[in-house]
Design a protein around this ligand. Structure first.
Ligand SMILES: NC(=O)C1=CN([C@@H]2O[C@H](COP(=O)(O)OP(=O)(O)OC[C@H]3O[C@@H](n4cnc5c(N)ncnc54)[C@H](O)[C@@H]3O)[C@@H](O)[C@H]2O)C=CC1
Ligand SMILES: CCCCCC(=O)/C=C/C=C\C=C\C=C\[C@@H](O)[C@@H](O)CCCC(=O)O
Length: 223
């Protein structure tokens, strides 16, 4: 890889003390708030210039009341980021390849009664990662795709009860905060994923109770 320094992290909470980039944020905002594919690609072309090879899409929204926006930010935003990265630094286009990290969630692999649409959008993020990160795709564009799927992280997202269904079920968020991951642990794992050339198409779960685990998916029958 030409340049291993991440361009930046999207999302104030996870960005923490890391350099906070604006390009991917802009890409996601444009893609979710009305920009056409052409505009998004033009923006990326102007902004990325030469040697960007790492993109982390952390932008996310959990709101079952504004569920269409939730799908737009989480799934359509991730799709635009993935496709733009392939277009901009894919080897098939004369680029150097690189890596894309998408932020999923454990809710992307489990039933989630309090946020089913959010959960569906994160299932989609995992599908994107595995598809774009498949060996056939990698042979084409030379970009590694991985998905980091955290369990609870102590951020503003976990405190907005108005966003969830069945508010009466929720316990005091100060109790959850004691068990939740610190954002810095998530950020550190993101950096590891950018560095490990052997990881591609992987979904990695990080949680307070079990640490870091790569998810093993069963092989699927085709017929
Ligand atoms: N907090 C948690 O327990 C967990 C969070 N996640 C994921 O981690 C990521 C970060 O979430 P948190 O920091 O927890 O939430 P947060 O609500 O604190 O931060 C989300 C960030 O996304 C940004 N964002 C939202 N829509 C955007 C758009 N259209 N364009 C650009 N930026 C946009 C917001 O400005 C905000 O900075 C999200 O993808 C979330 O789904 C995953 C698992 C657990
Ligand atoms: C088990 C799914 C974890 C999903 C993590 C995620 O991506 C986003 C979480 C966002 C908000 C979490 C809010 C937590 C609220 C607490 O008050 C807690 O009591 C909720 C427990 C309900 C549950 O189904 O886990």
């Amino acid at each position: 890889m030409q340049d291993k320094k991440p361009l930046g992290f999207i999302g104030k909470s996870v960005s923490g003390s890391w350099d906070s980039g604006t390009i991917a944020w802009n890409l996601c905002s444009r893609s979710t708030f009305g920009g056409s594919d052409e505009e998004v690609f033009k923006f990326a072309k102007d902004a990325f210039r030469s040697n960007v090879s790492i993109v982390v899409n952390c932008a996310g929204l959990l709101n079952e009341q504004t569920w269409k926006l939730c799908i737009q930010v989480n799934l359509i935003g991730s799709t635009i980021i993935a496709r733009t990265a392939i277009e901009q630094f894919g080897k098939h286009n004369g680029g150097a390849g690189g890596c894309v990290i998408l932020i999923g969630s454990v809710a992307g692999m489990s039933a989630a009664p309090h946020w089913p649409v959010y959960s569906a959008s994160k299932h989609g993020v995992i599908g994107l990662t595995r598809g774009f990160g498949s060996p056939r795709q990698f042979k084409h564009h030379g970009i590694r795709f991985n998905c980091l799927s955290p369990a609870y992280v102590d951020t503003p997202m976990t405190k907005n009860k108005d966003a969830f269904l069945f508010k009466e079920d929720f316990t005091d968020s100060r109790e959850l905060a004691k068990l939740a991951l610190p954002p810095a642990d998530v950020a550190a794992q993101i950096v590891k994923l950018t560095e490990d050339e052997n990881q591609n198409g992987d979904v990695v779960v990080i949680s307070t109770s079990r640490g870091v685990e790569k998810v093993e998916f069963p092989p699927m029958p085709l017929y």
